[in-house]
Design a protein around this ligand. Sequence first.
Ligand code: TPP
Ligand code: MG
Length: 398
Amino acid sequence: MASLARLRASLPRTRKTPLVRALQTAADTTQLKEEASHSEPFMVTLHEESFHGFKTDPPTRDLEVTKDGLLKMYKLMSTMRRMEQAADALYKQKLIRGFCHLAIGQEAVSVGMTHVLTPQDNIISAYRTHPFAVLRGGSVFALISELLGRKTGISKGKGGSMHVFTESFQGGHGIVGAQVPLGAGLAFAAKYLEKPIATYTMYGDGASNQGQVFEAFNMAKLWNLPCVFVCENNKYGMGTSAERSSSNTQYYTRGDQIPGIQANGMDVLAVVKAVEHTKQWVLDGKGPIILEFVTYRYGGHSMSDPGTSYRTREEIQRVRSTNDPIRGLQSYLADWGLATEEGLKKLDKDAKAEVDAAVEEAKKAPFPPDSDLWASVYAEGHEPPFLRGREREEGHRF
Ligand SMILES: Cc1ncc(C[n+]2csc(CCOP(=O)(O)OP(=O)(O)O)c2C)c(N)n1
Ligand SMILES: [Mg+2]
């Protein structure tokens, strides 16, 4: 895997001799396999319940990590949460209009995935994607600008919360499930062009029941496409629980001939391992694989849903207090002697400062001019002579 090979090359070499003081104990939590190092990569053994496999063995639970890598992921998860909380506040102040879907609670999925994948790999998803756009080459400023409808936005202020793209993140799609065949198409292109690219095609537990998802599965398997179908199972599709919408809630087993892996999407290290494993799988030419991340959204479906009429406050509180992805990584870092409470608080403070500054800057940014309404509808130079508006007199001649 190019990214990991590069990462390894740039890091000091792993200790070859096993340490006498191996700390692995009962597998009730992720454990150090060898003494944690401040400067060198070291091994951890993931929680026993991290993975399940369907028609394939699950990944091994051993993962090589570095202190810097863990701290980087902590900072990014903290920043993504602050950013989504800022969006929540801006929406309530009526500065963000239209739809706004937040991914608070699901940070381990976006941060863990983007930690492993290279910019050449593809990620395509639905509409709960603010963190992906930022982590795949965007910025908090460009994302918040977009939500505020400013010209400096990641989609020039014309896409809004659901339609965010970067060079290495293919959106940002509002029609449930529609991105799944598109993802299969991206994987087809990679195979056709013989490029060593992995495509991660994401969809939710709600979207998983759509016919086009199964059509995409079929073609991907038929043509052995290098596609990882990622079901981000956050337990609800709008106000409908997975149990009420899906006859089989083991989403990783729903690919018929396509093998699957279920991973704990609340543990960023399990996400990292699952993505390393599946990326290698598709690059080895083994064809498509389903990867289900079991995760949870703390907020409602969108800002117009308080999220408490179809589930109890106790349920949300229980996940927050026992399974939170940020607190989880925080306790690994503290338990393994890699960070102090003050050190982590400083990272949280820095994340907040970065988001606050981006919000203030975005608020000052200009709105797009009216003429931009007609731009970017077609690729530049390919516009038709006339574009219709809502009414005849609103039409535009290029
Ligand atoms: C084709 C289509 N049908 C219905 C909707 C309305 N809708 C928006 S989100 C959603 C639920 C999707 O849930 P899930 O796939 O679990 O994603 P999550 O919101 O949990 O991230 C529905 C039914 C839509 N946008 N597109
Ligand atoms: Mg869902």
